[in-house]
Design a protein around this ligand. Sequence first.
Ligand SMILES: NC(=O)c1ccc[n+]([C@@H]2O[C@H](COP(=O)([O-])OP(=O)(O)OC[C@H]3O[C@@H](n4cnc5c(N)ncnc54)[C@H](OP(=O)(O)O)[C@@H]3O)[C@@H](O)[C@H]2O)c1
Length: 328
Amino acid sequence: MKAIIITTPGTPSVLQLQERPMPQVGPNEVRIQVEAAGVNRPDVAQRMGRYPAPAGAPQDIPGLEVAGVIETCGVSVTHWKPGDRVCALVAGGGYAEYVAVDAGHCLPIPRGFSAVEAAGLPETVFTVWHNVFQRGGLQAGETLLVHGGSSGIGITAIQLAKAFGAKVFTTVGSETKGQACLELGADRFVNYKTEDFEATLATTGIDVILDMVGGDYFDKNLNVLRPDGRLVYINAMQGNQVNLNIMKMMLKRITITGSTLRARETAFKTALAAEVLQKVWPVLESGAFKPMVFASFPFSQAVQAHELMESSKHIGKIILVAEQGLPL
Ligand SMILES: NC(=O)c1ccc[n+]([C@@H]2O[C@H](COP(=O)([O-])OP(=O)(O)OC[C@H]3O[C@@H](n4cnc5c(N)ncnc54)[C@H](OP(=O)(O)O)[C@@H]3O)[C@@H](O)[C@H]2O)c1
């Protein structure tokens, strides 16, 4: 099969289309013929050599989410059959003609979604559900602050939080991105390039924060959280090392947590997929959620897709699409 390979750590130009053996299918796995694959910021970190794939996952083929058709089922798989159209969370290897994935990490393509739209769901929806709702415990009537509201993660967090009855504030890097977040249902945006979110939101009272920025946002986050607030980390793009004022945390009884999805064990991802199917798929199929594909590229233009992601000009998802009639 053909796959996009990280030939060596570096700039987008290190991504090259090459031949690879077809992935073998384990007893509990299915092999998906990929129609489209989502591009995520962690793929960029992996390409730069800063985010190695977990053991057992393809080490040099990026890609954490796909949509396509099941081509083969492992001997123990009972609930899927060849020909089923699915989207799936994969631990790597999504930028390829075929990928093998645990059957429990696949979900049906939601009614009304194209393969291109569905390819952008698993990584963001699973991450947001686990971090905002399971770890952060966001409840209807509470307020969520999402940093990076126009990111793939951000547009998902805004829409799911609204669908489940929360108020949503977000930080963005431009007015255009802010307007897009308002159109998705956000109640207010803060352009972090012209405003200090801590000053703007000082008296608002935030219950849950989803942060991927880290660095000096840490203390500001503590300051805008309400008592019993929850601060959830999914990355720290501006730095992992921070000073924690323990007394501030104690006085407000703040919970600080976070997680990474990719390296989690198979059983965890299977349970998360089941909960997402039950709780989130009805929201997607109700029409209350816009998939927001900003740009799609043929697989052969993975370099351009990564360049766009690094430019941060996008609002929502970037997707790679298998070229019709041609192997990638
Ligand atoms: N832990 C996990 O399991 C997990 C899973 C998936 C993704 N992630 C992380 O989640 C983040 C989003 O991923 P993605 O794929 O959705 O990437 P993405 O679309 O490229 O988003 C990155 C976002 O960060 C925003 N940003 C950068 N500096 C900021 C600042 N100072 N204040 C507020 N926003 C800022 C950018 O907004 P502007 O362009 O407006 O600055 C951009 O929207 C990444 O950091 C990724 O590593 C974590």
